[in-house]
Design a protein around this ligand. Sequence first.
Ligand code: SF4
Length: 257
Amino acid sequence: MTPYIFNVQHFSTHDGPGVRTTVFFKGCPIRCAWCHNPESQSFRPETLTNEDGSTEHIGAQYRVDELIHDLAKDEIIYDQSGGGVTLSGGEVLAQDRKYVFELLEGLHEREISIGIDTCGVAPQRIVEESAAYADFYLYDLKFIDDSLHRKYTRGSNRLVLRNLETLARLNARIMLRLIILPGLNSDESVIESTMLWLKTHHIAIEQVDILPYHTYGMNKYAKLGRKAVPFPVPSDELIERIKRQIEDFYQNVTIGG
Ligand code: SF4
């Protein structure tokens, strides 16, 4: 099935190096309780209803050649800035395999840099094969503890960790993204065990991005007729403490990506 896309964001500077175009695929195999883009979760199109009663249709289908044509319009900007295209979501690696690989091949043929933003919940073979095309991964790791992962994302972290090991074995460039939820994955002991797991499993990481939980996007739940689950927002002190702790393990640590 042709996947649905809910946004093609040109001139993005937060989804990898340089100026990029980010393609947000609609559909994700997990359900993070804090998700800032709840409209990205369903694989089907949806309608947002605004407070004033107006509606917004979410999800459009593009042919692969049509999408590549649009993405290639900014080729000069990618070249000048060291940017490219980032495939995000939802989860791009959980979309229709044929479509995803036609897109990867098309971008690769045009020598456009490809970043893949993934939650790691995707078939192992697809993750492995994507490494032949991707220049880097923005790889989310939410909980090192599987029971917390299951509780707050409704999915196990086993595949997330296995796919991370696979990419590391293939020498993929990995930027690890850690969302910080105070009290859930922010304690020193949790950060310590996450870092130790990464070191023990020889995961080479180019950069660790600390993503403090925020409440932007929460109004979208009501527009979808769903209830948002609020979490506490981390303080700057907490984020700085976590940054210092991670710097004991990895040199290149950023706040916010
Ligand atoms: S992995 Fe990302 S898109 Fe999927 S539910 Fe979690 S936060 Fe939302």
